[in-house]
Design a protein around this ligand. Structure first.
Ligand code: DX5
Ligand code: ZN
Length: 221
């Protein structure tokens, strides 16, 4: 399966959202990554419920909703969760992570377990039957434009190895944070399947979006 691209919509300037979306549609971009923050689990606010509602009127590209909020299992009903979309929750964001991922599945969406740079990979083991993907954070969550934490590449291959040893090589690996063209290539080699494209690539205003999408495809093929 070829690598998939999930542009991080918090990086789109409000006056350019439509332009970007049309370019993403033209280039068969697989997902739109939506960062939801609560100012508590992470020290920032980002996109929210009404943004998601408005965005759904603009495009049919499926969403990849990244919840950086405390106790996400209590807030899932606020979201208009759709089938075949991803919803990711952080291991540390609740005392009841199993309940959180299970609820996402009950809503018919694909649960993704997000792990922070220092979260050990073995937390995946007892959740492997309840998730469809793992989100490996390559930076500390909360802000765009940060620098890759170098051990993230090894982390991706450690997650890949663990999933294979658990007999679940089908669980996808998404990577988020400083996914530049150069880093994306290495992340792909390490085993990543879905790439969050932010200011380091697709939202770099110095590059034309169609060219950026084409370049991205080349490095994650
Ligand atoms: C946080 C976000 C950011 C960001 C990614 O979860 O998803 O990591 O927008 O883009 P970069 O790091 O390239 O700015
Ligand atoms: Zn994100």
């Amino acid at each position: 399966m070829h690598g998939k691209i999930s542009p991080s919509m918090m990086c789109a300037p409000p006056d350019k959202v439509m332009e970007y979306i049309r370019a993403f549609e033209r280039n068969d971009i697989e997902y739109l990554h939506i960062d939801v923050m609560d100012g508590s689990f992470v020290p920032n606010y980002a996109l929210g419920i009404d943004y998601i509602k408005q965005l759904r009127k603009l495009t049919d590209i499926p969403l990849d909703i990244h919840l950086m909020i405390n106790r996400p299992e209590e807030k899932l009903e606020w979201l208009d969760i759709r089938q075949n979309e991803y919803v990711s929750v952080h291991y540390e964001s609740t005392a009841h992570i199993h309940r959180a991922v299970s609820r996402i599945r009950e809503y018919g969406a694909k649960p993704m377990l997000a792990i922070n740079p220092a979260t050990p990979v073995n937390v995946i083991e007892y959740l492997a039957n309840d998730i469809d993907a793992v989100l490996v954070m390559a930076v500390n969550p909360g802000f765009a434009g940060q620098k890759l934490i170098p051990q993230s590449l090894k982390k991706i291959s450690d997650v890949k190895k663990l999933l294979i040893s658990l007999g679940r090589p089908d669980i996808e690996i998404e990577v988020d944070g400083n996914v530049s063209f150069e880093n994306a290539k290495k992340m792909r080699e390490a085993g990543a399947d879905i790439f969050v494209a932010g200011t380091s690539s697709i939202f770099n205003s110095a590059i034309n979006t169609d060219d950026a999408a084409r370049e991205f495809r080349k490095v994650i093929w």
